[in-house]
Design a protein around this ligand. Structure first.
Ligand code: ATR
Length: 276
């Protein structure tokens, strides 16, 4: 029931209609009996958009493509971890005594990927191979290093891969050397395997036996070709909804202080995916 006391949350991006986050956060409000609403907002002018959110009394906002880096220029404060990653996926408008809220930026993507991986393996002291060198690879790589993992990184475009590996201070592995890699876990951070190109694999299937755990960040389809092939090679698998779920749980906790049962978020995400 939306009324005069409803607290406002949402997601800014462009486009945003594909986002599963509204389903997840609104399910959390309903399950916990909290008077909040989370809405998708397509924001074209970021600076004006942020002014609007602040003026309208929003409490928390998720940030998605293409605003995760650009948004940092307009914030009052940035969490040191988000600063290091160089991307913000969460805004929190904190009330001040003079009524002008302070807008602080955080990053929960790295927490999401670490917690997803932790369902199968503790990253501390383990070797993990990341495929990809985009924004997702950055957050995942940073998270793994924070958790004390030894990180290897490979990417189709070698220059881009080496650049990120240098920045993270981890080891770059050229595609030709992948058959030599043995690692505890493999994480795909590329869009390879996402519908409608869901017949593609980000790594040769015969190499999957070299990993104990395989995690994908692609969640449509939920069981990607990579995860199918990994299971066939005896790997334990983690689907792409897990990272989304855990990064969302961390946002919800930051904004409201409340812990949402994982099943509430997972079921909301699955229901929304199935509805599409
Ligand atoms: P995001 O910010 O979501 O991570 P991105 O910055 O566009 O997205 O990065 C996409 C990543 O997926 C890149 O590592 C990209 O590889 P390139 O650097 O070679 O472009 C990788 N990627 C996308 N499509 C791919 C494909 N068909 N095969 C292999 N890698 C692919």
């Amino acid at each position: 029931m939306i009324n005069g006391r409803t607290q406002l949350f949402g997601i800014i991006g462009s486009p945003v209609e594909h986002s599963l986050s509204p389903a997840m956060h609104n399910a959390a409000f309903a399950a916990l009996g909290m008077n909040g609403v989370y809405i998708p907002m397509r924001v074209i002018d970021l600076q004006d958009g942020l002014r609007g959110l602040r003026a309208l009394g929003f409490i928390g906002v998720s940030v998605t493509v293409p605003h995760k880096v650009a948004v940092m220029a307009f914030l009052d404060a940035i969490d040191p971890v988000a600063q290091k990653i160089g991307a913000v996926n969460t805004l929190y408008f904190q009330e001040q005594p003079d009524d002008t809220p302070l807008c602080k930026g955080y990053n929960t993507d790295w927490l999401g990927s670490n917690q997803a991986l932790a369902e199968e393996i503790d990253p501390q002291g383990r070797t993990v191979l990341i495929i990809g060198a985009g924004g997702a690879a950055r957050a995942v790589g940073f998270g793994l290093l924070e958790a004390g993992a030894r990180v290897l990184l490979t990417n189709r475009t070698e220059t881009k891969g080496r650049e990120l590996a240098d920045e993270l201070n981890c080891t770059f592995v050229p595609t030709a050397d992948l058959p030599m890699v043995q690692a505890d876990a493999l994480i795909n951070t590329t869009s390879v395997g996402m519908a409608p190109l869901d017949d593609a694999l980000p790594i040769r299937a015969e190499l999957l036996g070299n990993f104990s755990v395989v995690m994908d960040i692609v969640y449509a389809p939920l069981t990607t070709k990579l995860l199918q092939a990994a299971a066939a090679h005896g790997c334990r698998t983690i689907d792409g909804l897990k990272m989304l779920q855990y990064q969302g749980a961390a946002q919800f906790k930051l904004w409201t202080g409340a812990d949402v049962p994982g099943a509430v978020l997972r079921n909301a995400l699955l229901a929304e995916l199935n509805r599409r």
